[in-house]
Design a protein around this ligand. Structure first.
Ligand SMILES: *[C@@H]1O[C@H](CO)[C@@H](O)[C@H](O)[C@H]1NC(C)=O
Ligand SMILES: *[C@@H]1O[C@H](CO)[C@@H](O)[C@H](O)[C@H]1NC(C)=O
Ligand SMILES: *[C@@H]1O[C@H](CO)[C@@H](O)[C@H](O)[C@H]1NC(C)=O
Ligand SMILES: *[C@@H]1O[C@H](CO)[C@@H](O)[C@H](O)[C@H]1NC(C)=O
Ligand SMILES: *[C@@H]1O[C@H](CO)[C@@H](O)[C@H](O)[C@H]1NC(C)=O
Length: 222
C-alpha cells in the first residue's frame, strides 16, 4: 500500500502523455479529412482551426473534470499542464530532447509516435531556449537532430512541415556550414544538428546517430 499513490501518479502522467498523443492523432486525422473536403488551402486552414479549437476546448473540459475528482481521490491528482510531463515549455511550443541516439529518419518516427515532430526553429527565442536546454540535458559538445533537411533537393533546406528556412539561421560560420562534406559518403550531408557547444547548426550525414529534439504545440489552458 505504501507505494500506491506513487503508482497512481505514474499512471496519471502516462495517461496525460496518451492524451497528448491522442490529440496529435486527432489533429492529423482532421487534417487528412479537411484536405479531402475543403475547397482549397484557405478552406482547409479555417476548417483545421475550427477543429483544433474544439479539440482544445474538450481538453480543457476534461482537465476540469479530472481536477474535480481530486477531493474523492486518495492518490495525488496532478494538474493539467500546457505541455506533457518532462517537456520544455517555450512560448506556445513544447520540446522534448530525447535521450536515445538514432538516425535522422528514426528521429522523425520517434517524434511522430509521441504526437510530435522534429523541432522547427523559426524564432531566435526558440533557438536560444533549445541551445540552453541542450547544454543542461546533454552538456557541452552534444548534438541533437532538428527537423531541417535538404534530402529532397540539394541546397533547398526545408523544415519537416515543408516550410522553407526563414532568414533566422544559425549555421556554424566558422566551419562554413552547411558544406555537404562528402567524406563520409557520396550522399553528402543532408540532415541538420544543433551543437550545444558552439550554439550553431551543422549539416551531417542523415545516417549519423544523435538524439532528436521533438516539438508539439502547447495546449493553452486558459
Ligand atoms: C465525491 O464523493 C461525494 C460523496 O460520495 C459525491 O457526492 C460526489 O459527487 C463525488 N464527486 C465526484 C466529482 O465524483
Ligand atoms: C494544482 O493547482 C492548484 C491550484 O492552482 C494547487 O493548489 C495545487 O497544489 C496543484 N497541485 C499539484 C499536484 O501541483
Ligand atoms: C514541398 O514544397 C515543394 C515546393 O513548394 C514541393 O515541390 C514539394 O513537393 C513539397 N514536398 C512535400 C513533401 O510536400
Ligand atoms: C570533411 O570531413 C572530414 C572528416 O570529418 C574532415 O577531415 C574534412 O576536413 C572535412 N572537409 C571540410 C572541407 O571541412
Ligand atoms: C566530393 O566532393 C568533391 C568536391 O565537391 C568532388 O570532387 C568529389 O568527387 C566528391 N567525392 C565523392 C565521393 O562524391
Amino acid at each position: 500500500m505504501m507505494n500506491f499513490p506513487n503508482k497512481q501518479g505514474t499512471l496519471d502522467v502516462r495517461g496525460r502523455s496518451v492524451l497528448f498523443a491522442l490529440i496529435g492523432l486527432l489533429i492529423s486525422k482532421a487534417s487528412a479529412q479537411a484536405a479531402e473536403t475543403a475547397a482549397g488551402p484557405e478552406g482547409e486552414l479555417s476548417s483545421l482551426r475550427l477543429r483544433l479549437n474544439s479539440m482544445m476546448h474538450r481538453y480543457r473540459l476534461l482537465c476540469d473534470h479530472y481536477a474535480s475528482l481530486a477531493p474523492n481521490c486518495s492518490a495525488t491528482v496532478f494538474n493539467c499542464t500546457e505541455c506533457p510531463e518532462g517537456w520544455l515549455h517555450v512560448a506556445d511550443k513544447c520540446y522534448f530532447l530525447g535521450p536515445d541516439k538514432m538516425v535522422w529518419s528514426k528521429g522523425t518516427d520517434t517524434c511522430t509516435e509521441m504526437g510530435s515532430h522534429l523541432a522547427i526553429l523559426h524564432t531566435k527565442e526558440q533557438h536560444e531556449a533549445l541551445e540552453k536546454e541542450a547544454i543542461r540535458v546533454g552538456g557541452f559538445n552534444s548534438y541533437y537532430w532538428i527537423g531541417l533537411t535538404d534530402r529532397e533537393n540539394e541546397d533547398q533546406w526545408r523544415w519537416v512541415d515543408n516550410t522553407t528556412l526563414h532568414t533566422t539561421q544559425y549555421w556554424n560560420e566558422l566551419y562554413k556550414q552547411p558544406d555537404n562534406n562528402n567524406s563520409s559518403g557520396v550522399e553528402g550531408e543532408d540532415c541538420v544538428v544543433l551543437d550545444s557547444h558552439s550554439q550553431t547548426w551543422y549539416d551531417v550525414p542523415c545516417f549519423f546517430i544523435y538524439p532528436p529534439i521533438c516539438q508539439m504545440d502547447a495546449i493553452q489552458l486558459h
